[in-house]
Design a protein around this ligand. Structure first.
Ligand code: PHE
Length: 444
C-alpha cells in the first residue's frame, strides 16, 4: 500500500486546519446567528463556548488522530479500541450531510460573485436571492462548487489541500482586514459596533435556553469539531509538534476571522438599516448583506471582494469535509484517491439536491447536524478519550510539547466531566427545538 501522505510543514498543517475552521460558519452564519440571538449577548456565550469547550475538544480529536495515524474510522482500531470505530463513523456521516448542503450555499456564493460583477442584485436583493437560491441556477452553481472541491481533494493532501489553503487563508485575512477598514468609514459604523460589542447581560439571563444551543453548536461547527475532520487532519502530522500550541493558534485565528467578519457585516447592515433583517435564517443574511452593498457607492466592487472572501472560506472548508470520507474509503477499501474523490463528491452533490428546492430543506439538514449529530459525536469522543483511552490520550497530548502534567491532568478531567455535561445540556435543548420544529411544521 502507498505510503501515507503527511503535511510538508507545521505551518502547512495549521493553514489546512485553519482553512477547515474558517468557513461559511465564520463569515455568514456567525454574524447572522449573532443578529438572531441578541447581538453582543450571543457573542459572549459563543466566545466562552469556543475557548472553554471547543479548544479542549479540539485536543480530543488531535490526540486520536495523531496517535491513530489513520482515517477517523480506522484510527480507533489502530489504538486498540476497534469497537469504538462507530464514533469516528458518525463524524464521517456528518461530513456527508454537511457537505451536501454546504456546497449548495457555496453555490449561492458563486452566484453572488457574479451578481456583484453584473449588478444583478442592486435593484431588488430579495428577488435576486429567490432567483439563485433554488431551482436550476442553484443546482448548477452547487455542481460547480462541488467540482472545484473534488478537484482539490483529488490532488492530494499536500498538492491539493495544503497548497490551496496556503493561498486562500492569507488572502482571506488580508482582504477581511481591508474590508473592516472600509467599514469604519460607513455611516452606520458606530451603531453597528455598539450592537455587536455592548452585551446586555439581562438578554443572556432571560434567554439562556435559547442562546446556549446555537452558541455551542456554532462553536463546534466553526472549529470543525464533531465531524472527525480534526482527527483526519492531525493523522497527517507525522511529527511531534505541540498539539496545544497548534490548536491554540488555530482557535485564535479562527476566532479573529469571525470577529473581523462581524466588524464588516454590522457596520454594513447599520449603514442601510439595521441588523434585525439579517437574523431570520439562512437566506436573510444574503439578502440583507447584498441589499446593503447595492445601496452603497462602489458597493458592487466591494461586494465582489466580500463574496470572493466568502468563497475562499467556503472552499477551504468544503475540501476538509470531502477529505474525511475520501480518506476513509481510500484507506479502508483501497480505491484510488482521485476515483474516490469524484465518486463521493458526486454522490454527496446528489444528496444536496433537495436543499436546492428551497431553504426549508437546507434549514432542516443544518439543524439535524447542529442539534443532533454534532453533539452526539462530541459526547462520544469525549467519553472515549476521557474514560476509555485516557492513558494514551494524556501521553499523546504531552508529546512534543512543554506543557506540564498539571495541564494534561486538568484537561483530562475537563474532558471527562465538563465537556460531556455541557454537550448533554446542549443536546437536550437541541432535540427539544428540533422536535418542536418538526411538529409545528417549521421545516416542511
Ligand atoms: N468550520 C467550517 C465553517 O465554519 C465548517 C466545517 C465544519 C467545515 C465541519 C468542516 C467540518 O464554516
Amino acid at each position: 500500500m502507498a505510503q501515507r501522505e503527511t503535511w510538508t510543514s507545521r505551518i502547512g498543517f495549521i493553514f489546512a486546519a485553519v482553512g477547515s475552521a474558517v468557513g461559511l460558519g465564520n463569515i455568514w452564519s456567525f454574524p447572522f446567528q449573532t443578529a438572531a440571538n441578541g447581538g453582543a449577548a450571543f457573542l459572549v456565550v459563543y466566545l466562552l463556548a469556543v475557548f472553554l469547550i471547543g479548544f479542549p475538544t479540539m485536543m480530543v480529536e488531535f490526540v486520536i488522530g495523531r496517535r491513530g495515524e489513520q482515517n477517523p474510522v480506522a484510527a480507533f482500531g489502530k489504538l486498540g479500541y476497534g469497537n469504538w470505530s462507530f464514533a469516528g463513523g458518525l463524524g464521517v456521516l456528518s461530513t456527508l450531510v454537511t457537505l451536501s448542503f454546504y456546497s449548495v450555499v457555496g453555490g449561492w456564493v458563486l452566484s453572488y460573485i457574479v451578481g456583484s460583477a453584473t449588478g444583478a442584485y442592486f435593484g431588488d436583493a430579495g428577488a435576486y436571492f429567490g432567483s439563485v437560491a433554488s431551482g436550476p441556477t442553484a443546482i448548477a452553481a452547487h455542481g460547480i462548487f462541488m467540482l472545484v472541491t473534488i478537484g482539490i481533494v483529488a490532488s492530494g493532501v499536500t498538492d491539493g489541500i495544503e497548497r490551496a489553503t496556503k493561498f486562500m487563508i492569507p488572502a482571506i485575512l488580508v482582504l477581511l482586514v481591508a474590508l473592516g477598514a472600509w467599514a469604519t468609514t460607513l455611516d452606520g459604523a458606530s451603531a453597528g459596533y455598539s450592537y455587536y460589542l455592548s452585551p446586555d447581560f439581562s438578554v443572556i439571563a432571560n434567554n439562556f435556553g435559547s442562546i446556549v444551543p446555537p452558541a455551542m453548536g456554532q462553536a463546534f461547527f466553526t472549529l470543525s469539531l464533531g465531524f472527525s475532520v480534526m482527527i483526519a487532519y492531525s493523522s497527517y502530522l507525522g511529527r511531534d509538534d505541540s498539539l496545544p500550541a497548534d490548536g491554540g493558534a488555530i482557535v485564535v485565528v479562527n476566532t479573529m476571522v469571525a470577529l473581523l467578519a462581524g466588524f464588516v457585516v454590522f457596520p454594513l447592515l447599520f449603514a442601510t438599516g439595521g441588523a434585525e433583517g439579517a437574523g431570520g435564517g439562512a437566506g436573510t443574511a444574503f439578502i440583507a448583506i447584498a441589499g446593503a452593498f447595492g445601496q452603497l457607492p462602489a458597493g458592487g466592487a466591494i461586494g465582489f471582494v466580500f463574496f470572493a472572501v466568502l468563497l475562499f472560506a467556503a472552499l477551504s472548508s468544503s475540501i476538509s469535509l470531502l477529505e474525511v470520507p475520501v480518506s476513509y474509503v481510500t484507506e479502508n477499501y483501497g480505491y484510488s484517491r482521485s476515483t474516490t474523490a469524484v465518486a463521493m463528491g458526486l454522490g454527496i452533490a446528489l444528496i444536496g439536491v433537495p436543499a436546492t428546492f428551497g431553504t426549508s430543506w437546507l434549514g432542516f439538514y443544518n439543524d439535524v447536524v447542529f442539534k443532533l449529530l454534532l453533539p452526539i459525536s462530541v459526547f462520544l469522543l469525549a467519553v472515549f478519550v476521557g474514560w476509555v483511552a485516557d492513558t494514551e490520550a494524556v501521553d499523546e497530548l504531552g508529546r512534543g510539547s512543554t506543557i506540564g502534567e498539571s495541564f494534561t491532568t486538568a484537561w483530562l478531567w475537563w474532558v471527562r466531566v465538563v465537556v460531556p455535561l455541557a454537550v448533554v445540556v446542549t443536546l437536550y435543548l437541541g432535540i427539544d427545538a428540533l422536535y418542536t420544529g418538526l411538529t409545528n411544521g417549521a421545516y416542511f
